[in-house]
Design a protein around this ligand. Sequence first.
Ligand SMILES: Nc1ncnc2c1ncn2[C@@H]1O[C@H](COP(=O)(O)OP(=O)(O)OP(=O)(O)O)[C@@H](O)[C@H]1O
Ligand SMILES: [Mg+2]
Length: 485
Amino acid sequence: MAAELVGGALLSAFLQVAFDRLASPQLLDFFRRRKLDEKLLANLNIMLHFINALADDAELKQFTESYVKEWLVDVKEAVFDAEDLLGEIDYELTRCQVEAQYEPQTFTHKKNKKIESGMKEVLEKLEYLANQKGDLGLKEGTYSDDNDRSGSRVSQKLPSSSLVVESVIYGRDAEKDIIINWLTSETDNPNQPSILSIVGMGGLGKTTLAQHVYSDPKIEDAKFDIKAWVCVSDHFHVLTVTRTILEAITNQKDDSENLEMVHKKLKEKLLGKRFLLVLDDVWNEKREEWEAVRTSLRYGAPGSRIIVTTRDEKVASNMRSEVHLLKQLGEDECWKVFENHALKDGDFELNDELMKVGRRIVKKCKGLPLALKTIGCLLRTKSSISDWKNILESDIWELPKEHNEIIPALFLSYHYLPSHLKRCFAYCALFPKDYEFVKEELILMWMTQNFLLCPEQIRLPEEVGEEYFNDLLSRCFFNQSSVVG
Ligand SMILES: Nc1ncnc2c1ncn2[C@@H]1O[C@H](COP(=O)(O)OP(=O)(O)OP(=O)(O)O)[C@@H](O)[C@H]1O
Ligand SMILES: [Mg+2]
């Protein structure tokens, strides 16, 4: 869900990088040895903490107030400038250490001046932005400190069974039957292969439905010779998509850089075979590009089918597909999805008080499984009725229509993350949507970014990374990848 949240929402996460650099004793030492103005460092630290205290409130208000949104953009630029400058100093520090081993250090007056003037410039910008606090009506918050590990303590108790979320699907029986019927029925479609698009907004459950259809035993009746699942996502390059389809069919990596070659191989594989292909998360609106991909798919035997999932009906019509508009879940199913995630391990139902507030929260999720699941996961970490009421009464639900690309439930759930997790999660937002993270690789990346807090080296960074990862997973910030095929 990272991409959905990128917007302006991640300031507090990025500020942490600057705090870490400022906390380094070598930095102060560097300033002292070069006789640079230490006050500049102290002021930068104070100013960034002041801005950080406003970040929570600003991140909320940006959705309703455009001035706050602009302010956040400016603040982010100033923070990046500060980080750049600290990065440069860091580089200078390392360079001096290395050079000192071979020759006496030469501190140039010019470089010192540059650092000081850069620092002053950043400070001026930040001061100017901090002074707008009153005009913008921003309140200082008690942002969660790095040492506040309460969030992670709570979630450590969470059951691992919640990780296999896709195995439970509510309220989609009828829709599943419709799609399975379409797959198994005989139609005389001259435009081989037949295509059906499952269309609906983000988080409505298109992929989940397609996955359940794909792995349903009834599909056996349709006697497909080949089944393949391809996650298309943001970038629709003809060569890449065609090659990914080929790879999904052959289960082998293909390095061909030539479209002709890939088409030829795909044609050979499909010739006379009845296939089922799922193209998940298609965004491409250009008909010609789709036609170029379709060229070799025509060689499949009659009865071949393609299921597409997309948020956009235009995409579906460009692919000349039938359209299945996915509906929001009904009230009862909504409750089931929510309860499934909100219940603590071993509990069978919520107590009356929580249930009452829970029902009202569920209404605000507007039938969207992703919202229900995310908010359910968030509330599982909170047992007090006052926490539930706070979430019910949050302003975030009232986001104006034009900001609907961010589901309020997702933002709420991000908002309540402790800062050490916000930072790690924000880092994931730099990767493309649907990017499949490998846990160990991601932990290594967090380690290189210095995101993992290992007080007094009591625990290994790998252990801390694993805890953070599991914490984000149990709060539904990652979807467990299901190996389809
Ligand atoms: N019917 C359902 N019952 C329970 N959980 C569901 C249901 N449908 C979806 N979910 C859960 O909601 C989440 C979002 O679903 P999914 O990824 O299928 O949405 P999507 O429509 O494909 O979104 P996107 O447009 O972003 O790709 C998933 O984690 C899934 O586990
Ligand atoms: Mg999807």
